[in-house]
Ligand binder design. Structure first.
Ligand SMILES: [Mn+2]
Length: 333
């Protein structure tokens, strides 16, 4: 009987995480983690989720210059690497795709997902029902902050500042087409608590930190915001560098071609793309490395120049503008 109760006691919270009612003391064993290559939104939303629901935040890869800037500005400690954490259950932040699952998390450990991305053909599979909250908002940080406020809980000031950074990062200070009224309203609320007076200035400083890429090798720039996808069984890698100084990166085309070829060979992806996204001119500049990649670019955007950047004015979001077209083409091959 005692054993039975013990099993029951352990079994109880397994599939029971309620995103709408935080019980932090029940989930101390949990880890909250974003996609393999962390961006600011994924990192700070995981920090927020751990504060609200219990457990701890972790990261699966190196932090970007922008994320380090936000954490430093907000006086928040960077989360530890996932491998240093022991945990029983996991909450996924800012992704739902198997291809983006960090090493060290098994699909059957996942009890919650908070995200704002498409559910394509390769969404996580679990053994039981889990809590999933995916909303078409500008940032996962907005969704986490909304859970705090709806439950009448105020995040600590440092977390408010960090979540604000996550929203400004993903929406490029409300300039992206993915921005919603929720992002603006919740950002204003967070800014008030964190005592951040000038959102434009905070967002701009983040962009400057992000654009400081001169000293980085091409391969590192390519991997700073790199996502993996599986489309109809084909592996796709797609790196993005959003920058205020696009010309400096565009001039390094030969280095990027070499880096793309290396990554394609090492990761054995079927397609690889890289976009230097020019924030000033609101324009993606996409590069593929071989005939297969260029065929996809040609079909998706009706433009191609093998070995050259393909300029795509008005297209800035990998999630909304670039990846859906690429996905469509690869699915139709
Ligand atoms: Mn995000």
């Amino acid at each position: 009987m005692g054993r039975f109760l013990a099993i029951l006691g352990f079994a109880l919270p397994v599939w029971g995480l309620d995103l709408f009612k935080a019980i932090p003391e029940q989930y101390e064993h949990m880890v909250w983690c974003g996609h393999q290559v962390p961006d600011t939104d994924a990192v700070v939303a995981a920090i927020g989720a751990a504060e609200l629901y219990g457990g701890q935040a972790a990261i699966a890869g190196k932090l970007s210059a922008e994320t380090l800037f936000v954490l430093k500005t907000c006086r928040v400690e960077p989360p530890p690497f996932l491998k240093d954490v022991t945990f029983k259950q996991a909450g996924l932040i800012d992704f739902n795709q198997i291809a983006q699952l960090p090493d060290g998390i098994r699909q059957d450990q996942v009890v919650a997902i908070i995200d704002h991305h498409e559910t394509a053909s390769e969404t996580i599979n679990t053994h039981g029902p889990i809590s999933i909250d995916i909303r078409p908002w500008g940032a996962s940080s907005t969704i986490v902050a909304d859970h705090f406020f709806k439950q009448g809980i105020i995040p600590v000031r440092e977390t408010c500042c960090a979540l604000l950074g996550g929203i400004l990062s993903d929406t490029l200070t409300f300039s992206k087409t993915t921005t919603t009224e929720y992002d603006r309203n919740i950002a204003a609320k967070l800014a008030k608590i964190a005592d951040v007076k000038d959102l434009e200035e905070f967002g701009h400083s983040m962009l400057v930190a992000k654009s400081d890429l001169d000293k980085l090798p091409a391969a590192d720039i390519l991997m700073t915001d790199y996502k993996r996808y599986v489309v109809k069984g084909k592996k796709v890698g797609f790196g993005v560098a959003e920058t205020l100084d696009a010309p400096a990166l565009l001039a390094r085309k030969d280095q990027f071609l070499k880096a793309l070829a290396n990554i394609k060979a090492n990761q054995q992806v079927d397609f690889i793309f890289f976009s230097v996204t020019d924030v000033k001119r609101q324009c993606a500049n996409i590069l593929g490395v071989d005939a297969e990649d260029n065929k996809v670019i040609q079909a998706a955007f009706d433009k191609s120049a093998p070995g050259e950047w393909v300029r795509l004015p008005g297209l800035t979001s990998r999630k909304v503008h670039l990846m859906p077209r690429i996905r469509q083409i690869i699915e139709a091959f």
